[in-house]
Design a protein around this ligand. Sequence first.
Ligand SMILES: Nc1ncnc2c1ncn2[C@@H]1O[C@H](COP(=O)(O)OP(=O)(O)O)[C@@H](O)[C@H]1O
Ligand SMILES: O=C(O)[C@@H](O)C(=O)COP(=O)(O)O
Length: 410
Amino acid sequence: MKLGCIGDDFTGSSDLANTLAKQGMRVVQYSGIPSRDADAGVEAVVVSLKSRSIDPAEAVAQSLKALDWLRAQGCSQFFFKYCSTFDSTPQGNIGPVADALAEALNADRVIICPAFPGTGRSVYQGHLFVNDRLLNESGMEHHPLTPMTDADLRRWMASQSKFSIGHVSAQAVFAGPRAITEALDAEHAAGKRHIVVDAIRDADLMAIGAAATDLKLVTGGSGVALGLPRNFGCTPGVPEWRGQHGPVLALSGSCSMATRAQVARHAARYPVRDLRAEDVIENRVAPADVLDWALKADGVPLVYSSADPAQVKAVQDRFGRERAAAAIEHFFAELARRAVDAGVTRIITAGGETSGAVVEALDLEELIIGPEIDPGVPALRAGPDLVVALKSGNFGAEDFFEKAAGVLGA
Ligand SMILES: Nc1ncnc2c1ncn2[C@@H]1O[C@H](COP(=O)(O)OP(=O)(O)O)[C@@H](O)[C@H]1O
Ligand SMILES: O=C(O)[C@@H](O)C(=O)COP(=O)(O)O
């Protein structure tokens, strides 16, 4: 095994696995820490945790356990995948987990780079942009669990980490791998351990990848993984894929702007069922009834709780953020479990927390990476009769649900 990865959520992990697969690595995504060794011949594994929004100490404990398993597989380099919008609170969990992994691996120059130009995320002057907006003006300031209110990654990371935070400027990155290495060394000499690295284009990410050859630990979005497979002698390719016929069900608990636009478009063409959060939390709607509806619906039925920031805030003010999230996630998990029992073979989920809850409920240990549906979202084979797509909240074109159903079935 060459590259061992830890993802802090399930959609993010499939995003990373997709990048590595496209760059020619033989990659498997696991749900949680596997109970057995990876198959021989696998070059990269992604251990998906649902650790983005849990208690920081628990996130650290789970991540260190995943690291132990990856070390036991003989990995020579490690990658901590978090969101390209740096989803975290002033307390964590990116900082505490990165600190713990850096200490465990004795890594003294740790790249922090959430850039993903293919989906509009760039890092410049230490600040994270989503397209032409600073992160804190991109809509992410309204995220239901991790509202991002500061685009300065150095400042946001500093509040979470016990180490000093450094920076490698775009100027050094544009100058290529050697200049990046020198800049990382200079930051290390100045006492910095986590180092935010600017990146605007895929070419920057390839240069950062080349500079990371000898680094034990790299952290970031899937973008900065773009340049790593080449260090292991891999060349880009298209993963093998066999689609799955049969009933399909789309589930969305994502309240991100992109998902809400996808839901609106889907509603104009296909049967949709709007779950009102209040009804879910107060048990006025049952998964069994919603499944009955879905099984009778034509095309690509979609069940969603996705709502705009004002609606989400009203629900959270009334019931509490955690209670609302847990109830809705539990509902989707139960619905997915019943759907698969009833013969649904293609499941599409939107939202990292939502996808994590569904994958855990379905007990899917191993996910094999298939073709890309939209940037950052691959088709995944989850078992002999089941394929899934786990869409990150802000990813995908407006026709995503329809397109995903097509790719999963092809
Ligand atoms: N209408 C709603 N009101 C309050 N919380 C919601 C609502 N719909 C979904 N949620 C919760 O918000 C969180 C959304 O996170 P996630 O699934 O990662 O998607 P995203 O990050 O794209 O918004 C989940 O915990 C989900 O259960
Ligand atoms: O890096 C990204 O943006 C994604 O891979 C990701 O982690 C998104 O998470 P959710 O928006 O919670 O799905």
